[in-house]
Design a binder for this molecule. Structure first.
Ligand code: G1P
Length: 295
């Protein structure tokens, strides 16, 4: 595919206003995006993935009770001073990765939970006239190259809108945004239509969107109409669907494995998969898993 001259991708929006009801009581007083996989909160995986894709500016769309997410990327002054006094260099290095460039992270509040499309619209002043990425921190991807990095590469090839997609079992189409597809080269697929959470019998394919997007700012104008879709929510998928035919729109079958950390089983699976990738833990994890699975 030929290279298109596109505006560079530097901005990312992270919707983090969700209530996390599926993880109560853990999320009663704590943001669900602070739940750790092994030892790192979900939100930090998302920020690291975005940075690896060249993102420099971040906007978290937050809500009440989410202040820990902001604290997490600030300097923990007392903690760092204590660690320095005690020569705890390794712990200090771990904290280093939680800092963002001064002024590179902003938050806006989604005051009412009207849906993902509404959450993205809340970030409109941050987005301005620029292309932007969206990362849903519940979707965690274990891959060689960052999943958003793979989308950013595709965006440089095709220009326009790009979403990460994967095949799901037919009976699960009602959990996702589903693509109607045109040309398909095995990696890149042309998007002809998008439907939010269709019943299996109505789904145009079993190719689903996962929580990684590169979108053009024009989507905001469509979201601004606040039309209600599936679940009576303002759906991002419906806003995106309006761009088809106006701008390039592609899906990318990314390399990697996605874990739905908004679901208890997916979250547990992510713990195991990420722990097995850690050289200092892998052997112990494999050994204890054996004791459970052999029982
Ligand atoms: C959202 C989107 C959906 C997408 C999914 C990916 O749904 O609306 O199109 O497939 O994220 O995780 P939610 O999980 O918020 O119901």
């Amino acid at each position: 595919m030929s290279q298109k001259s596109s505006k560079p991708l530097r901005k990312a929006v992270l919707p983090v206003a969700g209530l996390g009801t599926r993880f109560l009581p853990a999320t009663k007083a704590m943001a669900k995006e602070m739940l750790p996989v092994v030892d790192k909160p979900l939100i930090q995986y998302a920020i690291e993935e975005a940075r690896a894709a060249g993102i420099e500016q971040f906007c978290m769309v937050t809500g009440r009770g989410k202040t820990a997410l902001v604290e997490h990327f600030d300097i923990a002054f007392e903690l760092e001073a204590t660690l320095r006094e005690r020569n705890r260099h390794e712990a200090l290095a771990v904290l280093e990765a939680t800092r963002v460039e001064p002024g590179s992270m902003v938050t806006v509040r989604q005051q009412v939970p009207l849906g993902l499309g509404h959450a993205i619209w809340c970030a409109r002043a941050f987005i301005g006239d620029d292309p932007f990425a969206i990362l849903l921190p519940d979707d965690l991807v274990l891959s060689e190259q960052s999943c958003l990095g793979q989308l950013a590469d595709a965006y440089r090839e095709t220009g326009g809108n790009v979403v990460a997609v994967t095949e799901v079992p037919r009976e699960h189409t009602n959990r996702y945004g589903i693509l109607d597809i045109g040309l398909d080269d095995g990696r890149l697929v042309e998007v002809k239509g998008l439907v939010e959470k269709p019943a299996p019998e109505d789904a145009p394919s079993n190719l689903s969107i996962i929580g990684r997007y590169v979108l053009m700012p024009e989507v905001i104008g469509h979201l601004a109409r606040m039309e209600r879709g599936a679940g009576n929510e303002v759906q991002l998928t419906d806003g995106m669907a309006k761009l088809i035919g106006q701008q390039p729109f592609h899906g990318v079958r990314y390399e990697g494995k996605r874990f739905d950390c908004g679901d208890k089983i997916g979250f547990l699976e992510a713990q195991i998969a990420f722990a097995l990738k850690r050289p200092e833990m892998a052997e112990a994890v494999r050994a204890f898993l054996k004791t459970y699975t052999d029982a």
